[in-house]
Write a protein that binds this ligand. Structure first.
Ligand code: ADP
Ligand code: GLC
Length: 476
């Protein structure tokens, strides 16, 4: 099968969150048995250097009449082919993105992502894709183009986060009615605005999201973020398929960013060595026998860190040390800096983005905390399993699908669960985590158990293969 993905992020070139990792690992697994192509924007701030093949592709039909500014920009843009492993990449080299240091720092994104989506539509036809798989609102209208075109291809649209829909005032989206788009804006209208995501939810051949529980949650408000009705209308064409991870990328035995590699038999010594080295790296003299809780994530409302901060203040008697890596909301950053400065014997906060630090935290931590208020899938809890850190997570979305806690048979658990948005429940989970840490035999058993979990795509890829085949059949 010729599979064509479109996305704003793809690891290792552009990464702001889990979408980047998810797509890179999915594409890699699919490429074992398919021709896999991924189109993504070319920005100046690429985090890694692509290996270009020298081939170039146009972004609009060469014979198209160029009468609008949009067509003119598309004619002046080009796709540059590159390869990573067996996956073909198509970098959209355009004045719209070329000077960006970060992918989402463009105030004109309603325009730049619409043109990118058009270019992806054109390229997927040219490269004779069998199926076009679009990810999140940035590429949603690629699937709308396919559904409204006579030679349109079957599409799958995956929602990674319904909270970001790409909504824009109607008066700035008039260009979509003109050349070369000719879109009917009625399908895109929602709540007095133009909504890019809604166009794909309504028109893609199949719609998915990244975990079965999140799929069920968003069928109703408020989790549906205003689109639950539109999602319910899709019935059986809307599915939840759990994300997978790349076991070569996230493997403590191969990870060159760790101070000491470890495997199933050396897990405890390995984690301790990494913990000691990490305390040294951050310049804090902490007794390594104390339990360490790691936190890594975007500082947004979604992630529920407010409840962590409340529990942190109220649970001062527990001997945990916290290492927190993240950036985002300046108020949260300020609070975390404050605690990191005033409670140096309890918490260290590093503001920023660092792949290396994130992996070192996973490798060193005894527990990994994710207090999300909603979580479409979440990858960090799976990475935590891979690195032997016991996840403490809220019972929501993909976290609920991946972490089990058996209160009567702790050794059968793969983490600890608490209720989202409840400091009391979080505090109780932290108390249970402490009791667990005190019982060396039990903690060893759980560590070995989580280490053996398989969150790779191997077992779930078939779900996408079946879905692509169904979409192709449905489109006829
Ligand atoms: P989301 O996509 O909502 O941010 P996920 O759990 O799916 O949540 O994925 C987040 C990914 O981004 C993980 O790989 C995580 O390690 C990474 N990440 C988030 N913040 C940072 C950061 N400050 N530094 C390094 N990696 C980060
Ligand atoms: C989004 C979600 C996260 C998910 C990721 C990859 O960013 O917030 O839960 O894991 O996409 O699908």
């Amino acid at each position: 099968m010729n599979i064509f993905h479109t996305s704003a992020e793809f690891y290792p070139y552009i990464k702001m969150g889990g979408l980047s990792d998810m797509l890179a690992s999915l594409a890699k697994e699919e490429a074992k048995n398919n021709k896999v192509m991924v189109a993504l924007p070319m920005i100046s701030g690429l985090q890694d250097q692509p290996k270009f093949t020298g081939k170039k592709f146009s972004c609009i039909h060469p014979n198209a009449v160029i009468g609008s500014e949009s067509s003119f920009i598309l004619r002046d843009s080009i796709f540059l082919e590159a390869k990573i492993g067996d996956v073909y990449l198509y970098f959209f080299d355009s004045p719209l993105f070329r000077n960006l240091n970060r992918i989402y720092e463009n105030s004109n994104e309603h325009y730049s992502f619409a043109l990118f989506s058009y270019a992806c539509f054109h390229l997927s036809l040219e490269l004779k894709a069998d199926i076009v798989h679009c990810h999140d609102w940035h590429t949603a209208i690629t699937s709308y183009f396919h559904s409204s075109s006579v030679d349109g291809l079957p599409t799958v649209f995956t929602i990674h986060n319904l909270a970001y829909q790409g909504t824009h005032p109607e008066h700035i989206c008039g260009f979509l009615k003109g050349e070369p788009f000719y879109l009917n804006l009625d399908i895109m209208k929602h709540d007095g605005k133009i909504n890019y995501m809604k166009s794909a939810i309504s028109t893609a051949t199949k719609v998915t999201t990244v975990s079965p529980t999140y799929r069920d949650e968003v069928l109703w408000e408020p989790q549906g973020c205003g689109l639950s009705f539109n999602l319910r209308k899709r019935g059986a064409d809307f599915l939840g398929i759990l994300n997978g991870i790349d076991e070569d990328e996230w493997n403590p035995d191969l990870d060159s960013r760790l101070i000491q590699n470890f495997n199933r038999t050396t897990i405890s010594q390995g984690k301790l060595a990494n913990k000691i080295a990490l305390y040294d790296e951050i310049g804090r003299k902490i007794d390594p026998s104390r339990p360490l809780i790691g936190l890594v994530g975007r500082l947004t409302w979604q992630k529920g860190y407010k409840y962590f901060l409340e529990a942190f203040l109220e649970n001062a008697e527990l001997p945990f040390y916290y290492i927190f890596l993240g950036s985002g909301d300046p108020n949260l950053e300020g609070e975390l800096f404050h605690y990191s400065h005033h409670f140096q014997d309890r918490i260290f906060f590093y503001k920023g983005y660092s792949e290396q630090f994130a992996r070192r935290i996973e490798a060193s931590s005894d527990f990994f905390l994710m207090p999300s208020l909603f979580e479409p899938c979440g990858l960090n809890q799976m990475y935590s399993h891979a690195y032997g850190a016991i996840p403490i997570v809220s019972r929501v979305g993909g976290l609920r699908d991946t972490i089990k806690e058996d209160l009567y048979d702790v050794e059968n658990s793969t983490g600890l669960l608490f209720e989202p948005g409840s400091t009391t429940s979080l505090k109780a989970a932290l108390t249970r985590a402490h009791e667990l840490y005190e019982n060396k035999e039990k903690i060893e058993k759980i560590r070995t158990r989580i280490f053996a979990q398989d969150w790779t795509w191997k077992t779930r890829l078939q779900e996408f293969t079946n879905l692509y085949q169904d979409a192709i059949k449905k489109k006829g």
